[in-house]
Design a binder for this molecule. Sequence first.
Ligand code: AMP
Ligand code: GLY
Length: 430
Amino acid sequence: MDAKLDVLILGSGGREHALGWKVAQSPLVKKLYFAPGNAGTSALGENVKVDVADHPALAAFCRERGISLVVVGPDDLLAAGIVDTLTVAGILVFGPTKAAAEIEWSKAFAKRLMQEEGIPTAASETFSDFRKALVYMKKHLLPLVIKADGLALGKGVIIARTQAEAEQALRDLMLEKKLGAAAEQVVIEEYLEGEEISVHALCAGTDAILFPSSRDHKRIFDDDQGPNTGGMGVIAPVPGVSAATMKEISAKIILPALKALARHGRAFSGLLYPGIMLTASGPKVIEFNARFGDPETEAYMRLMKSDIVPALVASANSSLKGITLEWSKESVASIAIASGGYPGAYEKRKPISGIEEAERAGAIVFHAGTGRNTEGTPITNGGRVLHVTATGKDLPTALTRAYAAAKHIFFSGAYYRTDIGTKEVQRSAR
Ligand code: AMP
Ligand code: GLY
């Protein structure tokens, strides 16, 4: 790779700011673009207004500017086939094709693939008929997990603890059609007991390189209470998750999934991110994502020592030959600061202060839902607003630094969890 690259990152979250922060450090990169980006990404490159939903316009933009690599952040763009369109237009793209990304955008497809390949996951069945779903539900032990087949912005999973709750969920999805086409099929699956971790694997065809383990904290309130969110905080690596466990996940989950996809003519390039439950009978897949996690990426980018650009280019070219990823031996913590009311309704356009102070206190702050007002002051523009990340020689040090930095951030209604990593620190001290 001699020629310098112009890189375009698609998306507007903390994940895209963190990827951009890492990509911008590469000596291989000349210019960085974001579409649409946020107030943080505009400090690293140019935020462009091109409509990411208009694939031909996006391809034309890439050709006009001579973009050498496009990195796709969000799942909905993958499901809409953006990689396919750009590839046909002769543009190098990091991310799976629409057919390969079906492992994320259809839970029914992912389940079928796992059953076929013997990949450990919760026992399940898929339904499109309400009556049949009801009969199955009544024959199985509670709790049961009811999932809309398609992408549902984190609202498609219901954990039903009583038959009444399960029946209501099935009615809402299948009769009332509250999630529309996303729930034309519904998966009913066994409830898995255990500790959840996030696994990230850089993939090309049947090859994969795993990142260290991480753990997101999905519920809005401390002690894992309240509704699910996009993710309120991450730690990595997760204390107690051994190299042997990661090897087992690679051998029994990641590699078989890649093999199955390739066999179906859907070879997967990009980032494969299964949510894994560590159960008494071994690691089991909760779901597959076909993209970088958010906020996992904010944490991972702080630990990755290698230049990420050759890795992204290699995966986009469908071969990981010669690629290794080196990681810091430190720990990292990332705390999401959200708008009051999130994941429900919240207000926008609140002026934000304290980002520089937080960074002086030793953190790096990635923007998510932010914009700027006419004076150039950062303002809130989304549910999760900022991700405060810090590293340290161990997890307690990283957490102390991240929380000390988060205290400097202020906007009206700002909210964050105060217990990210607490359980893990207590457990590893025992
Ligand atoms: P998903 O949208 O599939 O990530 O599901 C959201 C959350 O629901 C997951 O992060 C888990 O905490 C929980 N969940 C999903 N499926 C199961 C399951 N089979 N057993 C227990 N918890 C689950
Ligand atoms: N960490 C949640 C997600 O990216 O889906």
